[in-house]
Design a binder for this molecule. Structure first.
Ligand code: FAD
Length: 325
């Protein structure tokens, strides 16, 4: 079945500027650089001009940021405080005092979504969020109405603040050796206190970055049946995802939710099992390269975005699919 929804991926800039100077906020994961940083750098390179990475936190992660192609230098803001939106917004303000930037970019991650609006408010600017296409220095495309409409936004702020959706920008390469400079910065307006982190441990790849996602919906009937999808995901080397209905019913934890109010994914292969294909779910996965749907209702909307559709009872089809993989 052909995918009838417009694919929104555009990975090229139309008119890259030579005069732009972009500060990209790196997403750090402890002592490592998070992969969404690479997509944010690609967006900055599409705008054109110079690209500086701001790494708030660990020194080893900042050094890793220096390996990203297209980056001219890394500003490392060391801190003992918890690295939340407040801390990063304060570091952005200090970086803006020491350098002259036309754009401040972060990935649409938890950190980026927290820090960019705070930094923009401090600068009296309006952030453009969830950018999926760069059309030059001041014009960007972002989704609206759960991805039903795409808005082309022209931003006239002197310094443009934006978050970019990582799945819509290829990851920048590595191999560079950009210099790392220390950045001192003032204390955050409000200092959040770190209480504890609760993260489920899994040997499967991270849902947002996985090459293959096997997702289940309300049709799975209960959490135990998700074991079938885990077996299939493990065979395919993928992650497990879920619809909101499956999460709300308590089948699986919230962090597996894909969609408008969950994670946005764009793997090479997305297998939707017992998922009807509500627009809020589609907005989180429709940019997947190949979509396979298994549903017993041949009228289910998921089939309108599927490349391959199987009208079948999932309890027969999934074990057979897994056996043949
Ligand atoms: P259903 O719509 O109930 O579909 C279940 C499907 O399973 C059906 O198509 C049925 O035919 C099929 N099925 C049942 N049994 C079998 C079987 N044995 N074999 C094969 N197929 C079977 N939803 C999200 O997913 N993500 C979001 O981020 C999200 N955000 C939302 C935000 C807002 C503001 C709102 C209002 C809604 C949001 N939703 C989101 C909810 C969304 O509207 C749908 O309710 C939800 O996606 C439905 O999940 P589902 O497809 O699993 O369930």
């Amino acid at each position: 079945m052909m995918n009838t929804l417009a694919r929104t991926v555009s990975r090229r800039a139309f008119t890259a500027s030579r005069n732009a100077s972009t500060l990209v906020v790196a997403d750090l994961d402890g002592a490592a650089m998070g992969p969404s940083t690479l997509s944010a750098v690609t967006a900055a390179v599409a705008i054109g001009g110079d690209c500086t990475l701001l790494a708030v936190g660990d020194a080893a992660a900042a050094a890793e940021c220096g390996t990203v192609d297209g980056v001219s230098k890394v500003l490392h803001a060391a801190t003992d405080s918890y690295v939340g939106g407040e801390t990063v917004a304060s570091a952005i303000a200090s970086a803006m005092e020491s350098g002259s930037y036309t754009h401040i970019i972060a990935a649409s991650s938890n950190l980026g979504k927290n820090a960019i609006p705070r930094a923009a408010a401090k600068a009296g600017a309006s952030p453009v969020t969830d950018v999926i296409e760069v059309h030059g220095e001041d014009t960007f495309v972002r989704p609206m109405y759960a991805g039903n409409a795409l808005a082309k936004v022209k931003n006239s702020d002197a310094v443009k603040f934006m978050t970019v959706r990582p799945t819509n920008f290829d990851k920048a390469g590595t191999g560079n050796s950009a210099a790392v400079e220390a950045l001192s910065f003032g204390s955050a307006d409000a200092s959040p206190e770190f209480v504890s982190a609760s993260q489920s441990q899994s040997d499967r790849p991270d849902l947002s970055a996985a090459d293959v996602v096997v997702a289940g919906g309300r049709g799975m009937k209960n959490g135990e049946n998700f074991g079938m999808l885990e077996t299939l995901a493990d065979k395919l080397g993928g992650a497990v995802g879920a619809s909101r209905a499956a999460v709300d019913a308590g089948f699986v934890p919230n962090e597996l939710q894909v969609g408008q109010t969950g994670k946005v994914v764009a793997p090479n292969l997305y297998v939707a099992v017992g998922i009807s294909g509500a627009i809020q779910h589609l907005s989180g996965m429709k940019d997947s390269k190949t979509i396979v749907a298994i549903n017993k209702d041949k009228e289910a909307p998921i089939f309108s975005v599927s490349d391959y559709g199987l009208v079948a009872d999932l309890f027969d089809a999934v074990p057979e699919f897994t056996e043949k993989c």
